[in-house]
Design a protein around this ligand. Structure first.
Ligand SMILES: [Zn+2]
Length: 389
């Protein structure tokens, strides 16, 4: 049985231990058992630690029959006293996030009676699922309360109560636990069954932020961060806000108004440009002579609506079909084709396969895109006759 130093002191970053065994396993990896370890093997939603043992890298840590196995990339000598170092920055961030999650879950439970029914610590923060819906306004209250608990620097203790003691303690637990139960108590805030290492006082958590919440399965799913991760996130958000504030020459509380104004202005201009484009197309069409075959028009930067408008405006200028396109040889062309005399639904297959295209529609109008050069498109429609309706 390996002695678990992380339960005696969650802040051990380095330690010396005796190598009990070192076995070579697949892919030149080595499974090492020490007499004691501060490497947490993972559990309670928290990932296993990594680090080094002498000059070997600890790739993975896991439990097997009361022993903690360290998977190394090179061997260590059996019977030797080795120096072990945890990747402390990673472990400390995880403890901050995990203890932060207990604070949030404890508050949500006591204020709203919601149970934590899912928990995942990932790259983008901690995802927590509660079985009851809590509104964003109430979650803001939770976030403020949580940070007050951090500022009050309350004690975080781990308890190993006897079965008799346990029966008189009220605690949160995600599942039925058999055997020795370990409880994490955050003074005056939460008691929860958990096997992971935690910070010693809430002050170490630093900051707790709830970044987003969505309704999920009748409850709510939160994404939260804490500690150094939350500090880095807050600083990055500050940088963005500062840049926006300089860009808009606005105070921070005026940025949203400035963005809305810009968006409205953009909408107005795009409407105006649309009108001008259509005017231009009408003028251009007025100068085109009627053709016996197909009419092919290339227009710069036309969206589908503009293409449809131009195609419909061209009615009467062709006897075959009217093809209006916008794009370029590299990214391809969007197209709208209209005709009163050719069945375009039937022709769509021929046209798309000849011009590496996709799309379709009704017999009088088809829309889509071609991945073919302009010259090839022009040549194709010069000769294409299609099938009359
Ligand atoms: Zn936990």
């Amino acid at each position: 049985m390996t002695k678990r130093l992380y339960y005696e002191d969650s802040h051990i970053k380095e330690f010396k231990a005796l190598v009990i065994s070192c076995k070579c396993v697949n892919d030149d990896k080595y499974e090492v058992i020490l007499d004691k370890t501060a490497f947490f093997p993972g559990g309670g939603g928290q990932a296993p630690d990594t680090g080094t043992i002498d000059s070997a890298r600890v790739l993975k840590v896991f439990e097997r029959e009361n022993f903690i196995i360290h998977l190394l990339d090179s061997p260590v000598e059996e019977g030797k006293l080795v120096k072990c170092y945890l990747d402390w920055d990673q472990r400390f961030r995880r403890m901050q996030a995990h203890s932060g999650e207990h604070v949030i879950s404890g508050i949500v439970h006591s204020l709203f009676g919601a149970e934590n029914v899912g928990f995942h610590m990932g790259e983008d923060g901690v995802i927590v699922d509660f079985d009851k819906y809590v509104s964003p306004e109430d979650l803001r209250r939770v976030e403020i309360n949580a940070n007050c608990i951090v500022m009050e620097d309350r004690c975080v203790c781990s308890l190993f109560p006897s079965i008799e003691e346990l029966s008189s303690i009220s605690y949160r637990s995600k599942r039925e636990i058999s055997g020795q139960v370990r409880l994490i108590e955050i003074e005056g805030c939460d008691v929860c069954a958990c096997c992971a290492p935690h910070v010693k006082r809430t002050g170490e958590i630093g900051i707790i932020r709830i970044l987003e919440s969505i309704r999920r399965k009748g409850g709510v799913r939160l994404r939260m961060i804490a500690g150094i991760d939350a500090l880095e996130d807050t600083l990055a958000r500050g940088d963005v806000t500062r840049e926006l504030s300089a860009f808009f020459s606005s105070k921070i509380d005026g940025i949203i108004g400035a963005v809305k104004k810009l968006s409205e202005e953009r909408e107005r201009l795009s409407y105006e440009i649309g009108g001008l484009r259509r005017e231009l197309v009408s003028m251009k069409l007025a100068g085109i002579n009627k053709t016996d075959g197909n009419l092919v028009l290339f227009e710069p930067d036309f969206q589908m609506d503009d293409l449809r408008y131009a195609a419909n405006e061209a009615e009467g200028l062709y006897k075959g079909m009217c093809v209006v396109l916008s794009g370029d040889d590299i990214s391809g062309y969007r197209y709208v084709i209209v005709s009163n005399v050719i069945d375009l639904r039937t022709a769509a297959g021929d046209i798309n396969s000849a011009l590496n295209g996709r799309g379709g529609g009704k017999s009088e109008m088809i829309t889509g895109s071609f991945k073919a050069p302009r010259e090839k498109i022009e040549r194709f429609f010069l000769n294409y006759k299609g099938v009359a309706i």
